[in-house]
Each structure stands twice: as C-alpha cells, then as structure tokens.
Design a protein around this ligand. Structure first.
Ligand SMILES: Cc1ncc(COP(=O)(O)O)c(C=O)c1O
Length: 415
C-alpha cells in the first residue's frame, strides 16, 4: 500500500492496524472500583424473565395505570407550543410555583419557589444531587431496613457509607413495622452525617408516625444530622394513616431535604420528573450538581406536571388513594388465598408477603418458582435487606390496571 509512514495512514494519520502501536506498560483495562459486580438488579431480571414468558409483572414499580388527562394534555400542548428546549436549571417557574402551592395545601409548609425548590430528573436525580451537594466520601448515612435499594446504591456510588438499622418486623399481618430507637442510637457514630427515611415506604408500606418522626427529629438535632426524606408515595395513604412531612416539625426546616416527585402520583415513571425542597442555603449546590448530570428536567413534561397540579384539586388525590386501597384489598385477599401471609401496607403500593412455604432455598429462587408456576412476577424480599435477610419474603406491586391485577390474583389463587 502506498502513503503509509510508520504504520499510520498518511491521509488520516490513523494507525493502519492497532497491532502496530507499541504498548506502554501500564494498568489493565478494567471496570472502576465502584462498578457493581451484579450488573442488573434482581427487579429488572424478574421483569425480563416475566416478559419472556408473557406473565403478569408485579415485580417492578412501573405503575402502568393511566396518567391523568390534564397532565398528558399539558405536556402535548407544551411540545406544540415549542417548550422543547433547556429550562432554567432548577425548573420552570410555573412548575416551581405549582409545587409551592401544593406544599402549602398538602404538606403544610410555605416554600419560596424562587430559592427553595429544585425540579429534578425524578426523585432519583434529586437524591443524587442532594448527596453530591451535602455529603462527603466516607460519610455514614442511616437507612432503615427494609430499604429501597436505590438509596443504598446511590450513596455507595458516591463513596458514602449506608448504615442499615432494621425496623422491628410486624408481629401480626395487620401490625406495622416499627422504629427501634435503641438500634438507631447504637448505629450512630461520629461519622454519621444524615438519616434517610422513606415514608410511605417501599417495600413495606410503613408510614412513620408523628411520634416516630419526632423521635427521629430529636436525634437529628442532637447529633446535627441532615434528614433526607423520600416522600414519593405521599398520596398513597390508606385507612386511618396520615402522611406527615418531617420538614414541618420544630427544628427540622433547615436540616430536612424533602424529596418527592410525579412518577407515582401522575403515573409517569418514564417522564423523569421529581423535585427537592430544601433551605435556600443548600439549594444552590444541589442545583449545580443536578445541572452537571441532567442539565434540567424534561421541559415539556414540566409543563404537563404544572398543568396537572394547577387543574386538579384535592379530590384527585383522595380518589387516587381510594383506588389503590381497593387494589390493595384485592391483592391481600389473593395472597391470603394462595397461602402467603401478606403484611398489610399502610401506604405506598407494594406488599410484602411471607413466602416461606414456597419451594426454593432463597427468595430469588422462590420468586422464580412462582413465576414459572403461576406466571406472576414478584421481587425477592432479599433485595430490600442486608445479605441473608428477607429470604422468606416476596414483594408484589399492586399499582396495576384492574384487569392485570385481577389476572394476577386469579393466577395466584391457582397455586
Ligand atoms: C422509594 C422510591 N423513591 C424513588 C423512586 C423513583 O422515583 P423517580 O421515578 O421520581 O426517580 C421509587 C421508584 O420505585 C421509589 O420506590
């Protein structure tokens, strides 16, 4: 061939063959220290297996109920009106104002939409930005078990240390998981910087009571800790239970980082739309880190959510809870008939059930057996506990269209 000099193509100056490039001794190509060994979560694995066999997926919290028309129409109108470009890094003013209005009527707190709200790329993006802005490598953060896996993994991905404190398991099917203050106090060290709570909780549906939140607030003040609150299921509250935002408790305004979003309330998990409410002195740094990763939340969808918040009154949220409470009753009955003792959730839209009598040495194998036998996908309870725990539990998501949920219930009853 003509035009080659020292293995490089004369025109493009690229090597004719990479084999010709002399190797300098150095480190091997490899994954980062942080790259997880298990590359896909158990939840995703079950979803893939469920799709393969055409089963009913109660594994992933995708929530495939219909989004409200006001939200959908608001987004479509926004696309047509040309709202397709980057927004201000903390979100459009219209949505921040709508969130502030909702914070006042629902959560009972006045928030400045100019300085105290970040519209984030999902609650997930909000937590990531908050951890980047407020925590350092090696900082310990307390999580309550059973926990939402992303909380632990997000912290680990930034080299923070999740410290798991178990909730006391319910003594009966209709009893609640409870906060064990002695276990919490025992877990505190000089490196503890924050607590994370998820109320209502995924996976167990626990709603922290006022007394529990006051006790947590006392600890947070005493030890000068941040409290991150994931309140994404705040509208999914059943029976007598009530949602209380810890940011409203005395002494908690400055140290609480409230995280919530629209994925669940408006059934738009794929829109990636959430928000953080926090003191103005933290928000600048949160905005900075959120901008670095996401630039902004999707523009047209921000308008859709704002339209939904503006147009729909409290009755929408009451109906949402009533609809999901009815779904909860159906799955509770089906699981009971199938011989799996359900732990009745106070909120959110998941249910943990005791699957100890199903074949399989651990929860992942029990979930696979259940899928093969009934065509219903659930998540191994172990996904929400430290290693070796939760192996008798399965988690079912009941935020499904009624027809799909009924199908799943019928299949469960055949066990
Ligand atoms: C407790 C909890 N927080 C956050 C999320 C994700 O929220 P987003 O879609 O707003 O990122 C989920 C989704 O399952 C969840 O269960």
């Amino acid at each position: 061939m003509r035009g080659r000099a020292r293995g490089l193509d004369a025109l493009t100056m690229t090597p004719a063959s990479t084999a010709e490039i002399p190797k300098i001794a150095g480190p091997e190509l490899k994954l980062s220290e942080l790259a997880p060994r298990a590359l896909q979560s158990e939840i995703r694995a079950m979803t893939m297996e469920c799709d393969r066999i055409g089963g009913v997926n109660l594994a992933q919290g995708v929530c495939d109920t219909e989004p409200p028309a006001q939200v959908v129409e608001g987004a479509i109108a926004a696309i047509r009106a040309g709202h397709n470009i980057y927004t201000r890094l903390d979100g459009i003013l219209r949505l921040r104002q709508a969130i502030a209005a909702k914070m006042l009527w629902f959560n009972g707190i006045e928030v400045n939409p100019e300085t105290e709200i970040l519209v984030a790329s999902g609650a997930t993006g909000g937590l990531h930005a908050a951890a980047m802005a407020l925590l350092n490598r090696g900082d310990e953060v307390i999580l309550f078990e059973p926990f939402y896996g992303y909380h632990a993994s997000t912290l680990k991905s930034m080299r923070m240390v999740p410290v798991v404190v178990p909730l006391a398991a319910p003594v009966a099917s209709d009893a609640d998981w409870t906060l064990d203050m002695d276990a919490l106090r025992a877990a505190l060290t000089p490196r503890t910087r924050a607590l994370i709570i998820n109320t209502p909780s995924n996976p167990c549906g626990k709603i922290f009571t006022r007394a529990e939140l006051e006790a947590l607030a006392e600890i947070a003040v005493e030890h000068n800790l941040f409290l991150f609150t994931d309140e994404i299921y705040e509208h999914f509250v059943y029976g007598e239970a009530e949602h209380l935002s810890p940011i409203t408790l005395p002494g908690m305004r400055e140290r609480t980082i409230l995280i919530s979003g629209f994925s669940k309330t408006f059934s738009v998990t794929g829109w990636r739309l959430g928000y953080v409410v926090a003191d103005a002195k933290w928000l600048g740094a949160l905005n900075y880190f959120h901008d670095l990763t996401y630039v902004c939340a999707p523009s047209a969808f921000q308008h859709g959510a704002a339209h939904g918040l503006e147009e729909m009154g409290p009755e929408f949220y009451t109906q949402l809870a009533a609809d999901h409470q009815a779904k909860r009753e159906r799955i509770v009955a089906a699981l009971t008939d199938a011989g799996m003792k359900p732990y009745i959730p106070r909120g959110a839209y998941y249910i943990l059930a005791d699957a100890s009598q199903l074949p399989g040495e651990n929860a992942a194998l029990k979930a696979r057996w259940l899928l093969a036998k009934s065509g219903v996908a659930a998540v191994a309870g172990s996904a929400f506990f430290r290693a070796g725990r939760g192996e008798d539990l399965l988690r079912f998501c009941f935020a499904k269209k009624d027809a799909d949920l009924d199908d799943a219930c019928t299949r469960l009853r055949t066990l």
